[in-house]
Design a protein around this ligand. Structure first.
Ligand SMILES: [Fe+2]
Length: 205
């Protein structure tokens, strides 16, 4: 089994991206913490669960296939986990994945999904890209719904950033899958929405 070091890429300096995330964090801290609607709370906690699922999946599959591309995706998800943690903390919400090890979720649905995606991703490196596409597609649908429901600008800003990040991940995974001559049928997005993303250029932050 190929092994890949996860240290270097996680600590690669990315000044533009770091400054961008710092601005989002400042916006969160500058906003007044106030009670969120039940739907907004549920969404935030679910999105945090989902980002952890994505991060854990990428880390596990990166180890399995020795893929630097997957290590990078995992590192990006980690930054979002951190941003969401700031948001949950700021609004006094409990963290659904506090103290959960890699691959563990307190939610049976996420746990089952994780097991299913890891199983798919272990079949081949091409299938690992497909497992990633499934998780990013699901993320895009859920994030769009959560974005439409929130009334708070600092939460909307985080969701907008996550949406762009997931579109870029979808593009990267699709390219990766094509290199292995795989095929993919979208499950959460319509074919036209999926194609409108994967056939366009990555978006800078
Ligand atoms: Fe992602």
């Amino acid at each position: 089994m190929a092994k890949v070091s996860t240290t270097r890429s996680q600590h690669q300096p990315r000044p533009g991206r770091d400054a961008h995330l710092a601005r989002i964090r400042e916006q969160i801290m500058a906003s007044r913490a106030q009670p969120l609607g039940a739907d907004e709370q549920r969404d935030l906690q679910r999105i945090r669960q989902q980002r952890k699922l994505a991060r854990d999946l990428y880390w596990e599959l990166a180890k399995r296939w020795g893929s630097l591309a997957l290590v990078r995706l995992g590192a990006a998800e980690q930054t979002y986990l951190d941003t969401l943690d700031t948001l949950l903390d700021h609004d006094g919400l409990s963290d659904p994945v506090a103290r959960r090890a890699v691959g563990e979720s307190g939610d049976p649905k996420f746990q089952a999904l994780h097991a299913q995606l890891v199983e798919v991703g272990h079949r081949s490196e091409m299938a690992a890209s497909q497992a990633g596409l499934l998780v990013e597609e699901m993320s895009l649908s859920d994030l769009a719904a959560a974005r439409a429901r929130t009334r708070r600008p600092e939460i909307a800003a985080v969701y907008d950033d996550l949406l762009r990040n997931s579109r870029n991940h979808l593009r990267a995974l699709f390219r990766q899958m094509q290199r292995f001559e795989g095929e993919y049928v979208p499950q959460s997005l319509s074919l036209s929405d999926f194609e409108a993303i994967v056939w366009t250029q990555p978006e800078p932050c």
